[in-house]
Design a protein around this ligand. Sequence first.
Ligand code: MN
Length: 737
Amino acid sequence: MMRQYELVEKVAAYKPELDEALLNRAYVYAMQKHGSQKRASGDPYFSHPLEVAAILTEMHLDEATIAVALLHDTIEDTDATRKEIDHLFGPKIGQLVEGLTKLKRLDLVSKKAAQAENLRKLLLAIADDIRVLLVKLADRLHNMRTLGPMAPEKRARIAQETMDIYAPLAGRMGMQDMRDELEQLSFRHLNLDAFETITARLAELKDRHAETIAAIERDLTAKLKENGIQATVSGRQKTAYSVFSKMQRKALSLEQLSDIFGFRVIVDGEEACYRTLGIVHRSWPMVPGRFKDYISTPKQNDYRSLHTTIVGPSRQRVELQIRTRAMHEVAEYGVAAHAVYKDRAASGAVHLSKDSNAYGWLRRTIELLASGDNPEEFLEHTKLELFQDQVFCFTPKGRLIALPRGATPIDFAYAVHSEVGDACVGCKIDGRIMPVVTELANGDEVEVITAKGQTPPQAWENIAVTGKARAAIRRAARTQIRKQYSGIGQQILERTFARAGKAFSRDALKPLLGKLGHREIEDALAAVGRGELKSTDVLRAAFPDFQESRVTKAMERAEDEGWFNLRTAAGMIFRMPGRARVKPRRNGNAIPIRGAGDDMPVRFGPDGAVPGDRIVGIIEPGKGITIYPIQSPALTAYDDEPERWIDVRWDIDEAMSERFPARIVLSAKNEPGSLAEIAETIAVNDANIHNLSMVSTAPDFTKMIIDVEVWDIQHLNQTLRQLRAKSCVADVTRVNG
Ligand code: MN
C-alpha cells in the first residue's frame, strides 16, 4: 500500500506548491474511517481509495481532487458525515464527496442497455463538478482492475455496466487511455474466450511482423531526423477489444482486419505535423480514403491529430497518428489534461476555480459531452437542449425514469404506469413523505403511495407537466363521471322495473343493447343516468308486451318534465328525479335526517357528523335535536336519560349537494408557508374550511382545530390522508372520529 509521503511526493512532482496538509489530513481521515474494513480480495479497504487517488495523480490533478478520491467512499461506507467532512476539509470538498455518494446510487441500479444513454446523462447532470466525474471514473477503473475476487454474476454485471456507461463516458470526455483500459477489462470479464483468442492472435501477428514494423519505425525516425523534425515515434497495437468490436461491426474475421498495427508520431507544433505527413506519404503508399485531418477540424471532444494508413513492405497496413505533445495529452487524459495545461500556462499552478479558463473549458466540454460525438452536430445540439430539460429519477427498484424538468411525482407515477398514476394518493422522495406537487430533482428516488379505487383529483391536471399524466387524469375523470352516471342509471332502472313488478339485472340489458343503440352495458346505463335514454324505454324494450300502469305512466311523465343532473364542485354527478324533492325537506331542516320528526329543529353537535357516520339524535328540551356520531364521547353525558335518545339516520339521496361539518385537529410544523399548504390541500380536495383556531403554539409546532365541511366520510378520510402526506403536517386526526 502506498505510504502517505509517497502520495504527497507524486503530487508534488507535478505541482510543487501543493497544499500538503490537505492531502495528509485526507489520507489519515480516510484510513481511520475505513479502519479494519476489507475488500472482497481481503485487502484493507483503504487500499482502494488510495489507488483511486494514485490513478488521478497520473492525470496530474489538483490536490482537492486527490483528497476527494481518498474520501470518496467515506460517507457511503463509514460513519463519516458530510458535516464532519465540511468541518475538516471545507464545504467544497464536502460537496464533491457528497456528489460521489450520490453517484454511487447508480451502481445499485440494474442497468439495461436501453438505460445506458439516460444513465450517462444522469451522471453528467448530477456531477455538477467535473472532478466528481473524474474521481468516479478512476474509482470504476480501480474496481475493474480488482474485479477478480467477486462472484461471477456480480463481475458480469459490473463489467457490462462499465462497457455500457463508463467506458463510453470516458471516451466522450476524451480520455482515450481510460476508455481503452475500461473496455479491455470489461471485455475480459464478459467474453473471456474471445478475449483470450484475440489476445493470442494479436501476439502472434506481432511476432510475425515484428521485423517489418521495426524497420518502418527505424526508417521513419531517420527520415524525420534528416528533415530536421524532432519526433518521438512509438509503435502501438490495437487492443483486443477494439479489434473484437471492429470484427463485430464490420462482420470481418481477424485475418481480414488490416490496421492492427500503428505508430504514433509526436512532434513539436502543428506545422511539423503536416510536414511529417508529407514525408510519410512520399515514403510509403497511402491507403486512399483513410486520411483524416482532425487538426483543422477537431472532433467534438477536442481530439486533434492527423490520421493516415500506409502499406508497408510486407503489405501489412500500418496506421499512423501524427500530433503535437499538447494534442497527445488531451487525447490521453482529455478533460483532465486540459485542466492542467490551460491553467499551468496561465499561472503555473493547477486549480479548478470557477473563474479559471480551465473551468470554462470544462463547462463547454461537459456540454459537448452531452451532445455526444455523432457527426450530425445540429441534431446533437437539439438533443443537448432536451437533456438540459430533463430530470432523471428512480423507482425504489432502480428503474430510471426520465421526465421533463419541472415534473412532479404525479408525472412520475403516470410514467411508471397509468394504473399507478390513477391510484396515486401521495409519494415519498428519498424515503421522506413529500407533497405530490414537489418538483423532482435529478437522482430522486420516488416511491408512489397508492390506494385502491382512487381517482386522481381533477386539480392534478394543472399540476402535472407531462402529456401522458394530463391525458390520463382527464381520462380518469371521464371514466369516473361515466361510472357515476351509470350508477345513477342503474338505480333509476331498478326503481322503474320494480314499480312495474319486474326484476332488473345488468345482464338482462345485454340482449337489448342493439335495440337501445349502445355497445356496452355501462354506456346504456350511463345514458339512462344522463337522461338521454328513458328508463321506460328500457323497460319496454325488455318487456314489449308489458301493459303500462298508471304508475309507470306517471314516472314517464316525470321524466318528460325534465330530470336534471347536478354536478358538485368535486365533479360528482347526481341526477335529480323530480324537482319537488329538492325543497322543502321533509323535516323542514337543512340537515337531511330521517327519524327526527318534521317540525323539530335539528343541528349538529360541536364535532359535526358526516354521511357515513352512524348517528344518533339527542333531544334538547325546547331547542330541538342535536346530532352526534355514535362514537362521540359527549354522548356519555346522556347515558342515564335513554328517553332523550332518538334513532335517526341519514336521508341522503342523489340530489344532495351539500357539505357536512367535521372537526379535525392538526399539528403543523412551524415553517414558512405551512398554513398556506394546509389550506391549499384542503381546497384542492374540494373540502371547505369553516373555521380554524390555534390551540397552542410551541417553538416548532402549532396545534390547530379546523372545522371542515366535506361531502361524506370517504371525502373526509381522503382529505385527512392528503393532509397527512404533507411534510409540514406532523399529525392530523378527526376529533371524536
Ligand atoms: Mn469506491
